[in-house]
Design a protein around this ligand. Structure first.
Ligand code: SAH
Length: 239
């Protein structure tokens, strides 16, 4: 049986009990049919992975006993993913994949051609947690609230470079191997692409590097995964 991994936002210390909430208790006893004494892996996003055993699980919640650390904390490289939210299922997909691919922070941004003007931040954060639970990660990228791209760029720290997936450069894919190390953010546009105003703005920011993601125009969710893979392979923890 696959190892059961649970994210618990609580300090993890050997010999200490930790609470689990109602839905987690239901998952452990109702869905996975665990009994008191059975093993569960837990992580809190800060202290690595720990082996724990189930103490009790009821309708309102339950508790686990933390036994010993099984993996040290592993944080992803300092890479953010900025993307314009698209349809619900595809937005969920982008957040899930970003967590799996090792993004350190996820920032939904509203662009001129963004179709949605609100997101369910709590739901997206839950998707990031679920992705970390299933991919064996010990880190959960925080998902920010939706913010206008122009405002995000106005307050931007120029020490963090932006890799701008620019659909107008569609053509031979570019190698990222020569790009400098350090903090980066990937920027992916919505289905309608970037507006003329946004292109002019982005093109004159010194910390922005436009890139092609190959000869075909990708959907935004595909583009996000492709850009994360290119960056991780050239500058990140895939090397
Ligand atoms: N409607 C636009 C395409 C938008 S694709 C058009 O027809 O031109 C959605 C986003 O994915 C783009 O804004 C860009 O960030 C990224 N993207 C898709 N294909 C790309 C490519 N070949 N090169 C660079 N970025 C790409």
């Amino acid at each position: 049986m696959a190892k059961i991994r649970l994210f618990i936002d609580h300090p993890l210390v050997a010999g200490q009990p930790v609470p689990v909430d109602g839905p987690q208790a239901h998952y452990l006893s109702g869905v996975m049919r665990l009994r008191p004494g059975d093993a569960v892996s837990v992580f809190n996003g800060r202290d690595g992975e720990w082996q724990a055993t189930l103490l009790d699980a009821g309708k309102r919640g339950g508790s686990l006993s933390v036994v010993a650390q099984t993996a040290v904390q592993q944080d992803p490289p300092d890479l953010w993913l900025m993307f314009a939210p698209i349809k619900k299922a595809r937005t969920d997909f982008i957040v899930e994949k970003a967590a799996e691919m090792g993004a350190a922070r996820i920032l939904p941004v509203q662009t001129d051609h963004t179709n949605s003007d609100r997101i369910r931040q709590d739901r997206l954060q839950a998707h990031a947690i679920e992705a970390a639970e299933q991919c064996g990660g010990t880190f959960v990228p925080p998902v920010a609230d939706l913010a206008p791209l122009s405002r995000v760029l106005d307050g931007w720290d120029p020490a963090r470079r932006i890799l701008w997936a620019d659909e107008s450069r569609a053509g031979p894919a570019e190698t990222l191997a020569g790009l400098p190390q350090g903090p980066w953010a990937i920027l992916i546009g919505p289905e309608g692409g970037f507006s003329a105003t946004e292109r002019t703005h982005l093109a004159r920011l010194p910390f922005v590097t436009p890139v092609s993601l190959g000869p075909r125009i990708l959907r935004a969710d595909t583009a996000a995964v492709a850009a994360l893979a290119l960056w991780q392979a050239a500058l990140g923890d895939w090397r």
